[in-house]
Ligand binder design. Structure first.
Ligand SMILES: Cc1cc2nc3c(=O)[nH]c(=O)nc-3n(C[C@H](O)[C@H](O)[C@H](O)COP(=O)(O)O)c2cc1C
Length: 143
């Protein structure tokens, strides 16, 4: 079964809530979801996953340091990540969206949709958008 790595950093729980919604959407679309904290995520995790979703709070219009470390390390395995379907998700703000998407592309990942955004805890339409993104990620694996 295709496996989707969902890796995130969260301090006050908003990004974590997005990760959980994403995991449920991935599972209901027929793939396996592995949810991991950014601090516990390794290059091996990235390489072995069929698809990758990375989440961060907006910290000073950028990703959190714990998530930036994933990208710093991932450059070493860029050749193994090329063309791997991916998405990023971001809690709060909006200014980190561009930098986050650029980091995803910089390590060779292929974005299936624009960065998914949630102002504080996900609710309403935002929940639907997260679910839609999770389904798009699994759909990309079936192409
Ligand atoms: C150190 C720090 C820097 C932040 N910088 C920004 C920012 O530049 N723009 C913004 O919209 N929110 C900023 N925030 C707010 C967080 O992005 C927001 O509270 C987010 O939902 C927290 O996610 P979490 O609950 O997963 O930890 C910042 C929060 C912290 C702690």
């Amino acid at each position: 079964m295709a496996s989707v790595l969902i890796s995130y950093y969260s301090k006050s729980g908003n990004t974590e809530a997005m990760a959980q919604i994403l995991a449920e959407a991935v599972k209901s679309a027929g793939a396996q979801a592995t949810v991991k904290r950014a601090e516990d995520t390794t290059n091996k995790d990235l390489v072995e996953a069929s698809a990758v979703a990375l989440g961060s709070p907006d910290y000073f219009s950028y990703v959190a340091g714990q998530v930036k470390i994933i990208f710093d390390e991932a450059l070493e395995v860029k050749s193994n990540l090329s063309a791997k379907p991916s998405l990023c998700f971001l809690s709060h703000g909006g200014k980190a969206k561009g930098p986050f998407e650029n980091l995803m592309k910089a390590v060779g990942l292929t974005l299936v949709c624009p960065c998914v955004m949630s102002q504080s805890a996900p609710a309403g339409v935002t929940v639907d958008e997260i679910k839609k993104a999770g389904k798009a990620l699994v759909a990309a694996l079936k192409k």
